[in-house]
Design a binder for this molecule. Structure first.
Ligand code: FES
Length: 162
């Protein structure tokens, strides 16, 4: 991992990123407690968390890159690889599965020509599985970027991806 990022986070993170992370830290009992918030802040500007970003954030928080990577990997909304313009988080939990969620997902994969973990050729979408989105009454459900889409069917799925 890059020494430039590790030695001085200010060489890698922007002033805006640093300011927002420091603001989060100021509300917390210690610097490592801001780990997820810091990862989210940097991801909001860069789309994903590269090794260099990870090292810079870890140094800023006074923790090792390995510790922070463990948190980033555990938290499935932090992306450690580049993603498309929008991430589709498709629910693959039981209520959605019982409502033919697997068939709808198959149609999404066919339409976008991707499997889970892949990004479309035009870089528009990355498809990822996710556990229950808390919208089981309207299963099957998915997030497209920040928007929740539900009551999905193989007949209406196209309109949710246009
Ligand atoms: S199981 Fe899919 S939203 Fe709950």
């Amino acid at each position: 991992m890059s020494n430039i990022a590790t030695d001085n986070p200010g060489n890698f993170l922007t002033e805006q990123e640093l300011a927002e992370i420091e603001s989060e830290i100021s509300h917390l009992p210690n610097r490592p407690s801001a780990a997820i918030d810091a990862l989210k802040i940097v991801q909001s500007y860069r789309g994903w968390i590269s090794d260099e970003s990870l090292s810079a954030i870890a140094t800023l928080l006074g923790m090792s890159a390995e510790e922070l990577d463990g948190i980033a990997t555990f938290y499935n909304l932090i992306y450690r690889q580049p993603v498309g313009e929008k991430v589709i988080l498709y629910c693959d939990s039981v209520s959605c599965w019982l409502m033919d969620g697997d068939k709808v997902c198959k149609k999404i994969k066919q339409k976008l020509n991707v499997d889970y973990g892949e990004t479309t050729a035009d870089n528009k979408y990355t498809l990822l599985p996710v556990t229950c989105l808390g919208d089981c009454d309207h299963a099957p459900a998915m997030m497209v970027g920040d928007e929740l889409h539900h009551d999905l069917t193989i007949d209406n799925i196209e309109e949710h991806l246009s």
